[in-house]
Ligand binder design. Structure first.
Ligand code: ATP
Ligand code: MG
Ligand code: MG
Length: 348
């Protein structure tokens, strides 16, 4: 069977490895950090830096195809890897999704709606951006942000100075604040032959910038549901994407607005593990391995709850619940804000 190389050994790499193993495939994880969650379940693990050319080369030579569970891979590492093995999803997608400014420009060029945005490198840019976009607005670092990190709210122009200081000199983007009624996401997969399968959109609730729950079905009209799936398919096709992607959307009375795209399996798609015939992880492995996609049909109503930090104290109780499927990541150390696991509750 084929060996899938995965860049990144977090919980997403772990669940991808489990899915690959169910299909009789092996995974080789490349991860700079020690004791990654994926190491328990992967066939092979390389612990090395993305700067280590010899380690990257040796890793690539053991695998048939390379994918990733994490989008902030240095391009220098991709230069080395892509000479040796195919990288799926492709590099252009990584370049687009690594930088919020490039991402928003890409989306709006292709006719998709985003929050109004402007590049901000200094106080002059910020003053101009606020004059153009208005307040409230959100200043975000262009790169490396996740779980709401690297963001500052600007409620009035007086907040500008502090917000810029919060960016610590990093290139930033100002986004107009979208007055959405709720947030949804579509998890879609495009196969090597261009076939597309999308899961039913999920409704997402965040707390302190971190995803708390995803619920399916989402509160959407059938027109909105169709729109969400079609725009996801458009993004996948435009990027010649191979693999699973998460598309985060704001629902407004004027229509759907794209917040961001994630070129990988996505936390808001974890419900598919217990709600679908084939889950997002298996779909991703199928796509990158060149298999036909599976049946993404949803067979249950599900709520996924993330177990973050001290939520782990509730695990003994959750373990006794009926219709609850626990997924724990085997992380040794509990930290505030750290994703330790999730539970999928099937609604009956
Ligand atoms: P993730 O962990 O999903 O990658 P992130 O750090 O990349 O998160 P965003 O998704 O950009 O951050 O923002 C986090 C949350 O902040 C959003 O889900 C939404 O609730 C809120 N938010 C972000 N941008 C806007 C906006 N322009 N208008 C209104 N709310 C926003
Ligand atoms: Mg993000
Ligand atoms: Mg997000």
């Amino acid at each position: 069977g084929a060996v899938i190389g995965i860049l990144g050994g977090g919980q997403l790499g772990r669940m991808l490895s489990v899915a690959a193993s169910r299909l009789g495939l092996k995974t080789h994880i490349f991860e700079p950090g020690a004791n990654p969650p994926a190491a328990d379940v992967a066939h092979m693990v390389t612990t090395a830096s993305y700067e280590d050319e010899a380690a990257l080369t040796a890793f690539a030579e053991t695998v048939d195809v390379i994918t990733y569970e994490f989008e902030n891979i240095p391009t220098s590492a991709l230069d080395i890897l892509e000479k040796l093995r195919p990288i799926r999803p492709n590099r252009r997608t990584l370049a687009v999704s690594q930088d919020r400014l490039v991402e928003k420009a890409f989306l709006s060029e292709h006719g998709l709606r985003t929050a109004p945005f402007a590049a901000v490198d200094d106080e002059v840019d910020l003053a101009e951006a606020i004059a153009e976009i208005g307040t409230p607005a959100i200043l975000k670092t262009r790169r490396f942000g996740y779980d709401g990190k690297g963001q500052a709210r600007i409620m009035t122009p007086e907040d500008a100075e502090q917000a810029l200081a919060d960016m610590a000199g990093a290139p930033a983007i100002l986004e107009g604040f979208i007055d959405f009624s709720h947030e949804v996401s579509v998890i879609g997969t495009r196969g090597a032959d261009g076939e597309i399968a999308c899961f039913d959109p999920g409704e997402n609730v965040h707390r302190d910038g971190i995803l708390r729950t995803t619920t399916v079905p989402a509160n959407l009209t059938s027109a909105q549901r169709t729109d969400a799936v079609l725009l996801t398919a458009k993004i996948l096709n435009t990027l010649h994407y191979i693999g699973t992607m998460g598309v985060e959307l704001f629902v407004t009375p004027e229509g759907l607005i794209v917040n961001e795209i994630a070129p990988r399996v996505h936390n808001s798609g974890h419900w598919t593990q217990n709600g679908c015939t084939v889950d997002q992880f298996e779909q991703h492995i199928r796509a990158v391995a060149g298999w036909p996609l599976g049946d993404a049909k949803r067979h249950a109503d599900v709520q996924m709850e993330n177990l973050i930090g001290d939520d782990m104290d509730r695990v003994p109780h959750i373990a006794k619940e009926t219709n609850a499927a626990l997924h724990l990541y085997g992380k040794a150390e509990v930290k505030p804000g750290r994703k330790m696991g999730h539970v999928n509750r099937i609604k009956t």
